[in-house]
Ligand binder design. Structure first.
Ligand code: SF4
Length: 214
């Protein structure tokens, strides 16, 4: 059995790894799927990807865990510039550029975030795998939906959302993205709240200008 933690840099998946460490749970590898804006620019906010690469991963590695960053062949710009050949509904879209991803229909999530994870697990076909998923004990509906081969250490050790945050803080592992938002995500995410967009404009004006250019 291979044990893998699917890490996003958010507090839930961070606390999951801390609990595995504290309770000597088996954990063979920690994976993180990095969405890219283009070949050179990450889709993660600079302070978040810096936190993952230079704070969280070095600490996890010092605990003896292997870490791995996965990336798709496709970037956000590939999705944005994709020419629609077979429109699902409106034939007027045929031959046009796909453009911004829409709320609830994020091609980036499917093609850039989840695909490399799926490909990675396909490559492990021969092995039995348990995936640790960061779902707190006060999220019963999400826990019920956990499929075979997936396990929540947060539920096993009775961790609520509030306790998860404290645990991550205790180890200096709360991503700086929580300073201005309750959620993480790509800097071009259609779900971004006003505060996130303000933060992008004020702190990373080069990225903001990219959005305006698009
Ligand atoms: S954070 Fe937003 S843009 Fe990024 S993959 Fe998720 S839904 Fe899509």
């Amino acid at each position: 059995m291979k044990y893998i933690a699917n890490f996003s840099g958010g507090k839930d998946s961070t606390a999951t790894i801390i609990l595995a460490h504290e309770h000597h749970e088996p954990l063979d590898e920690i994976i993180f799927s990095e969405v890219m804006y283009n070949e050179d620019i990450s889709g993660e906010l600079p302070e978040h990807i810096d936190f993952i690469k230079n704070v969280a991963f070095p600490l996890f590695e010092s605990w003896g865990y292997k870490t791995r960053i996965l990336r798709s062949d496709k970037t956000y710009l590939d999705c944005f510039n994709h020419i629609v050949e077979k429109p699902r509904k409106n034939m007027e879209h045929k031959g046009k550029r796909k453009g911004f991803v829409m709320v609830g229909h994020c091609d980036v999530q499917r093609d850039c975030k989840l695909k490399p994870i799926k490909d990675y697990f396909k490559g492990l076909e021969e092995q039995e795998v348990t995936q640790y998923i960061g779902i707190a004990i006060d999220e019963p509906k999400r826990l019920q939906r956990l499929s075979v081969g997936k396990e929540s250490l947060l539920a096993k050790y009775g961790y609520t959302e509030e306790m998860v945050k404290e645990k991550a803080e205790q180890y200096g592992l709360l991503s700086p993205c929580y300073n201005y938002s309750k959620r993480g995500g790509c800097w071009f995410c259609p779900n971004a709240r006003e505060g996130e967009l303000k933060h992008l404009r004020n702190k990373y004006n080069n990225l903001w200008q990219e959005l305006l250019r698009l």
